[in-house]
Design a protein around this ligand. Sequence first.
Ligand code: IPM
Ligand code: MN
Length: 334
Amino acid sequence: MTHKIAVVGGDYIGPDVVAEGLKVMHAAGVDFVAEEFELGAQRWKKDGEVLSDETLDELRGFDAIFLGAIGGAQGEVPSGLLERGILLKTRFDLDLYVNLRPFLLPEENIDFLVVRENTEGTYAGEGGFLRKGTPHEIATQGSVNTRKGAERCIRYAFDLAQGRERKHLTLVHKTNVLTFAGDLWQRTFDHVAAEYPDVDTNYQHIDAACIHFVTNPQQYSVIVTDNLFGDILTDLGGAVAGGIGLAASANLNPDRTAPSMFEPVHGSAPDIAGQNKANPVAAILSAAMMLEFLGDNDAGARIRAACEDAPEGSTTEIGDAIAARLSQNANTER
Ligand code: IPM
Ligand code: MN
């Protein structure tokens, strides 16, 4: 079946890495049609559109969304406008409640996945100002944690851990300080754990997990954590597992009531934009995750294999080399 893919290149290096992802999908012989949506800083500057409800409804009609990176240069766009208005709006409105981020570095025996809750926590946007602009100004930023939200994310993580060779799941939080949110997460985790007696579990505070990520990342199989901890921890994961240029991610609606969104963990990197310098592997591996989620496990696996020991070079050179490996294999198989 032809996959209908909505493509949002976004800002700066975003469109460049996404182009390599599409190139590689073509080389792998994937049957898909892509429709591009111009969203991001340039679009906002042009006509003020961030992401309208109409555009979001159009996106709902696709099988998946392949996104590069969203974010203007410093001072170009009000902080958070595009992040909240595009990325978070899509995550929230399409109910993409799992942010799945794999980290794989076989030469160092690193092979784990982070399941980041993707619709709640401090990202929910609860809070506000009082007496803004006065010397008595107050800003609050709440963390929203629902039982349902934590439970569905934790259950996804248990399922994932159960399906792996190392059936192990680590809960990461800060239960010693965030005694309300942490308590809800811990109780929910313990409750769900009872349904998975074959999955071993442990708990780490977020600060301790940061040390373990650096000193012994081999210990992990699957990690589940809240939105903000997961955001920070997965940048660190990128750094310890070969660099942020390799870190892929999937924003999943596991219930498939709306299309899921696939994007590299890295941002739009205005500092290196236009220099053909960005590593496209994170975007290409995100495309592989997309194909696997769409049921095309074969293409996903072949793309993954073609990314192993990817050569150094420019954005297009790396993309070309990976694409060439795929078309070569296709030829020898015929
Ligand atoms: C990420 C990014 C986003 C996030 C930003 C751009 C809003 O850092 O996907 O990790 O914080 O979730
Ligand atoms: Mn991040």
